[in-house]
Design a protein around this ligand. Structure first.
Ligand code: TXD
Length: 311
């Protein structure tokens, strides 16, 4: 049986464990600094396995030693946004937490593939890669599956077409400058920009960009967790089943799209070795300009990180 450890047993971490257990993909470990909470949630979840008929073990712990031998480490530890905050406002608070999670887990699972969720997402993935000195195949940020799923859900609501027919690609950084592509995104092969009137499409693009903030404002404390955790479960499955599935992910660029030394959202092929390949789309000049603007924002956050942590 494969093993997945999730650092941070809060809303996103625990819900990730839930989706993963349902898929019977791996034995699970939930780690958190709060004593008793990961143990309690894990025990509760474990006791639901007989009901849904899944044979997986679920362990809650405060000790990184219990994560030993993990195939995948998922990092969701750290503060979520409050209303009015941007993801970048979380940088200094979360850099320490993610740094510790990354280095402590690597000691016990030297071969693990990392999937990072903590915000600011692209920069926390960058921190994990640099601190742990890993090849880029082994560190992937989760943002694109979520942002694209939000857009898919809005398109389905607008058109009444099944979500299964709707493919969307939201690329770029996981911030307000993210880039929902309206030509590559399609309904059963028809580009979205040909299917929907321009005003409707623009409204969907704008709502997608602010999709996380919309939920933060409604919840008032905490941020989204069902869709983010479903996204990371899909990525984990693609890796463990060696599916070579192409999903939008935050990946370390080495020249792709003209970008280097930055984590940025692009379609990437996921399989047993992690991030196997970055797919390069042909972008029209408008899209390329949005891409560059988003990359500049992510670079700024990477630079701010370098002032806080020696990497
Ligand atoms: O798509 C995405 N990338 C995201 C990212 C979608 C959803 C949530 N996203 C980010 O994940 C969010 O902005 C936060 O930065 C993290 C965690 O969000 P979540 O909603 O799960 O926050 P919670 O419920 O507050 O849980 C965080 C847990 C909490 O239980 C803390 O006790 C724990 O993290 N925590 C730690 N665990 C281990 N080790 C350390 N040092 C630690 N510090 C806090």
């Amino acid at each position: 049986m494969n093993k997945i450890s999730i650092v941070g047993a809060g809303m996103t971490g625990a819900t990730t464990a839930h989706w993963l257990a349902e898929r019977e993909l791996a034995n699970l470990v939930l780690v958190d600094v709060v004593e008793g909470m990961p143990q309690g949630k894990s025990l509760d979840m474990l006791q639901s396995m007989p009901v849904i008929g899944r044979d997986v073990s679920i362990l809650g712990t405060n000790d990184y030693a219990d994560t030993a031998g993990s195939d995948i480490i998922i990092i969701t530890a750290g503060l979520p946004r409050k209303p009015g905050m941007s993801r970048d406002d979380l940088l200094s608070a979360n850099a320490d937490v993610v740094g510790k999670a990354a280095t402590e887990t690597l000691k016990h699972s030297p071969d693990a593939i990392y999937v990072v969720l903590t915000n600011p997402l692209d920069t926390m993935a960058y921190l994990t890669l640099k601190l742990n000195k890993l090849p880029r195949e082994r560190v992937i940020g989760q943002a694109g599956v979520l942002d694209s799923a939000r857009m898919r859900a809005f398109v389905a609501q607008e058109t009444g077409v099944s979500v299964e027919n709707i493919q969307c690609y939201v690329l770029g950084g996981h911030g307000d400058e993210m880039v929902p592509l309206t030509h590559h995104s399609n309904i059963a092969g028809i580009p979205l920009r040909d299917y929907l009137p321009a005003d409707k499409l623009e409204a969907i693009v704008n709502r997608t960009r602010k999709g996380g903030g919309e939920i933060v404002n409604l919840l008032k404390s905490g941020s989204a967790y069902y869709a983010p955790s479903a996204a990371v479960a899909q990525m984990s499955e693609a890796i463990l089943k060696d599916k070579h599935l192409i999903l939008p992910c935050s990946v370390y660029m080495q020249g792709e799209y003209g970008l280097s030394d930055i984590f940025f959202g692009a379609p990437a092929m996921l399989g047993r070795s992690g991030m196997e390949k970055i797919i390069e789309y042909k972008l029209d000049p408008d899209e390329k300009a949005l891409f560059d603007k988003s990359a500049a924002a992510v670079k700024d956050t990477h630079e701010a990180l370098k002032k806080l942590v020696k990497i």
